[in-house]
Design a protein around this ligand. Structure first.
Ligand code: ATP
Length: 359
C-alpha cells in the first residue's frame, strides 16, 4: 500500500523544540525568549529583517553558539549542552562551503567521515551526488548549493538547517533550487529550519512561516495565514505590500474614505487610526464621468507582473496601490481617471506615533 507524503514525513522526521531561547552578545539581545516547535518532517521558515535574530536561532539549534537561557530539544532529547558534532544536524549556508580542492564526491565523503559513516557506505552515497567528479570551480553557484545540500543530507541527519542558502544566486536559479530543496525535503521527510529575509521565498517553501522581530517570533502560521491574516502591523508591512490609509474606527468597523470595512480585531478601540489594506483588496473601474470623490484618482503607473499587474493611483492626498488581472489593469493606462473599490476584507489597524500625532 502506498503512503501519503504526510505519513512518510511523520515517520522519518523528529520534532524540534526551541524553548524560551535567549542570547545576548555583549549587551545586544539577539534572542529574547524565542519559542518554536517544528513538527516531524515539517519545514518552518524563519523570516525577518536583518538583525532580528534568525541566524542566531539557527546557530543555537546547531550547537554553534551557547544560549544564555532556554532549551533546544531534538526528538525528545535535551541537546542544549550537547556539542555541535553530536547533534546529527545537516547544514547548508549562504556562502558555498565546499572544499575547493576536493571533488563533489570527495566533499561528501569527507563530511561522512567526520560522522563516522562506514567506508563502503560513504563511497556508495558519495557516488550518488550530482556533479560527483567536478571541483567547486567547475560548478555554477546553483550546482555548488545542490552538492552542499547532498553533503548535508549524506550524513542522514535528524534535522536540516538552511541559512539563506539561495541568496547568492540569481533569480531564476534561486526559484528552481528553492523548488528542488522543497522536493528533496518532502521526499526525505526531514524536519527543516530555513532562515531567510526573502518573504517570497519563505511563503513559497515553508509549511509554516515564523515572522521574527527583535529576537522573538511575532507570528507563526501557514503562508496563507501570514499573508492574508497578519496578526500585527509589523507582519502586515514586512510580508507583502500594504496601503496605509487614514480612517476612523467606530463600533467594530473602520471607515476609510467613506467605506465601512470590517476589522481583523473588532475589539479595537474607537478613534482615528491607520487602516492597512493589501493592494489586491483594491480594484478599480474607469470613471466615465470623471466625477470627484474620496476614491476617485488618476493612474500614475501600471507595473506588469505577469498574470497580474499593479496599478499606482494618485488620489490627491495619498498614493494607493491596486493589484488585479493584467487584462483589467491594461484597460486603465497611466493618465486614466479611475474610481477605486475597497473589498470588504477584514482590515488590520496600525496606531503608531504618526497616527496619534495626526489625531
Ligand atoms: P542577518 O540576516 O543580517 O544575518 P539575522 O536576523 O540573522 O540578520 P543575527 O545574525 O541573528 O540576525 O543577529 C542578531 C543580532 O545579534 C544583531 O544585532 C547582530 O548584530 C547581533 N550579533 C549576531 N552575532 C553576533 C556576534 N558574534 N557578536 C556580537 N553581536 C552579534
Amino acid at each position: 500500500m502506498s503512503t501519503t507524503p504526510t505519513e512518510t514525513r511523520a515517520r522519518s522526521g523528529v520534532e524540534v523544540r526551541l524553548e524560551e531561547l535567549r542570547k545576548v552578545y555583549s549587551g545586544v539581545t539577539a534572542l529574547d525568549g524565542l519559542s518554536l516547535t517544528i513538527g516531524q518532517g515539517e519545514l518552518v521558515a524563519l523570516l525577518g529583517p536583518s538583525g532580528c535574530g534568525k541566524t542566531t536561532a539557527l546557530r543555537l539549534v546547531a550547537g554553534l553558539e551557547e544560549a544564555n537561557g532556554g532549551r533546544v530539544v531534538i526528538g525528545g532529547q535535551d541537546v542544549t549542552n550537547l556539542g555541535a558534532n553530536k547533534r546529527q544536524i545537516g547544514m547548508v549556508f549562504q556562502a558555498y562551503s565546499l572544499f575547493p580542492h576536493m571533488t563533489a564526491a570527495q566533499n561528501l565523503e569527507f563530511g561522512m567521515q567526520l560522522h563516522n559513516v562506514e567506508v563502503d557506505e560513504r563511497r556508495k552515497r558519495a557516488r550518488e551526488t550530482p556533479h560527483a567528479n567536478k571541483y567547486a570551480s567547475q560548478m555554477s553557484g546553483g550546482q555548488q548549493q545542490r552538492v552542499a545540500l547532498a553533503r548535508a543530507l549524506a550524513i542522514r541527519p535528524k534535522v536540516l538547517l538552511l541559512d539563506e542558502p539561495l541568496s547568492a544566486l540569481d533569480a531564476r536559479v534561486r526559484a528552481r533550487l528553492r523548488d528542488e530543496i522543497r522536493r528533496v525535503q518532502l521526499e526525505v521527510g526531514i524536519t527543516t529550519l530555513f532562515v531567510t529575509h526573502d518573504q517570497e521565498e519563505a511563503l513559497a517553501i515553508a509549511d509554516r512561516v515564523g515572522v521574527m522581530n527583535k529576537g522573538r517570533i511575532e507570528q507563526l502560521g501557514p503562508p496563507t495565514a501570514i499573508y492574508s491574516r497578519p496578526a500585527t502591523p509589523f507582519v502586515a508591512e514586512f510580508v507583502g505590500l500594504t496601503n496605509r490609509l487614514n480612517g476612523n474606527v467606530r463600533s467594530g468597523e473602520v471607515e476609510v474614505r467613506g467605506v465601512r470595512l470590517p476589522l481583523v480585531k473588532p475589539e479595537t478601540a474607537d478613534g482615528p487610526a491607520t487602516a492597512l489594506i493589501r493592494p489586491e483588496a483594491v480594484t478599480l473601474a474607469s470613471d466615465g464621468d470623471a466625477s470627484a470623490g474620496p476614491l476617485v484618482g488618476t493612474v500614475i503607473a501600471v507595473s506588469f507582473l505577469g498574470a497580474t499587474s499593479r496599478v499606482t493611483v494618485d488620489l490627491g492626498d495619498v498614493i494607493v496601490l491596486a493589484q488585479m488581472p493584467t487584462s483589467q489593469a491594461s484597460a486603465n493606462p497611466a493618465g486614466s481617471r479611475v474610481r477605486l473599490t475597497l473589498r470588504p476584507d477584514p482590515v488590520l489597524i496600525a496606531r503608531d506615533e504618526k497616527t496619534a500625532a495626526e489625531a
